[in-house]
Design a protein. Structure first.
Length: 241
């Protein structure tokens, strides 16, 4: 399989659809430096779907290898396409794929968009299928890499959204990750675990509200606001007192 030729074709199609005004505007959404081509998300998705039809017959590991090559380019859209290809293979995921995903997070994820896309889809789906993997997230909370620390929380969003599947396990894991990240000073990490608590509250409002009240003396305001965002006004007021 000639990865570079496929990537060249994908990049050519992305270039055809680029919007320079959108490119300039997209850069303002990130504090860190990004490398966009300037293709809008809906057009990038169309291109991803089109090219997946051409490669879906290939073995999973070959497609994973292509995805890694796409991620290595550093381009936002090529990275997004790699993550799209990966999630389309979800029915073929095995427990051992966790190590590959962890490597990609450490090596290639450099912004919140790719972190959230990857973790709320492929990583989260994998953890949902193999709940024992949730324990692996705890070590990420101690990483100097802000995206790995954010990923520790965001990777549990997919599992806590699944109402009937291992909810007690994932609720406890979510609370543990939030406790481990509680004093993290990075606002993007705070927003990450605050978002996780907000999602968990959809099915476990009482438990999340109790957690927030018990920790509010040390819970950063950013995380607190995220966690209670969807709660009734009465509970919000109490939490913000």
């Amino acid at each position: 399989m000639h990865y570079q030729e496929i990537i060249r074709q994908i990049k050519k199609d992305l270039e055809k659809n680029k919007d320079l005004a959108y490119k300039k505007g997209s850069m303002s959404f990130f504090k860190e430096k990004i490398k966009p081509i300037g293709t809008r998300a809906k057009d990038t998705r169309k291109i991803a779907n089109s090219y997946f039809q051409k490669i879906k017959h290939l073995p999973k590991l070959e497609i994973f290898s292509l995805c890694e090559t796409l991620l290595e380019t550093g381009f936002m859209e090529l990275g997004s396409i790699a993550l799209s290809f990966t999630f389309k293979l979800k029915k073929q995921f095995k427990k051992t794929d966790f190590k590959t995903f962890e490597k990609w997070l450490k090596k290639f994820v450099k912004n919140w968009a790719h972190c959230d896309d990857f973790c709320t889809h492929s990583v989260g789906y994998l953890i949902c299928q193999y709940p024992e993997l949730a324990s692996e997230l705890e070590k990420w909370t101690r990483s100097p890499n802000r995206w790995l620390r954010r990923a520790a929380a965001v990777s549990l969003i997919y599992p806590v959204r699944q109402k009937e599947k291992n909810q007690a396990v994932f609720l406890q894991k979510s609370l543990k990750i939030a406790r481990l990240l509680l004093k993290d000073r990075d606002d993007l990490v705070q927003k990450g675990y605050g978002w996780l608590l907000k999602e968990a509250a959809n099915h476990h409002q009482k438990q999340i509200f109790t957690f927030v009240l018990n920790k509010k003396a040390i819970l950063p305001r950013t995380a607190l606001r995220y966690a209670i965002e969807k709660m009734p006004e009465k509970l919000k007021r109490k939490a913000m007192e």
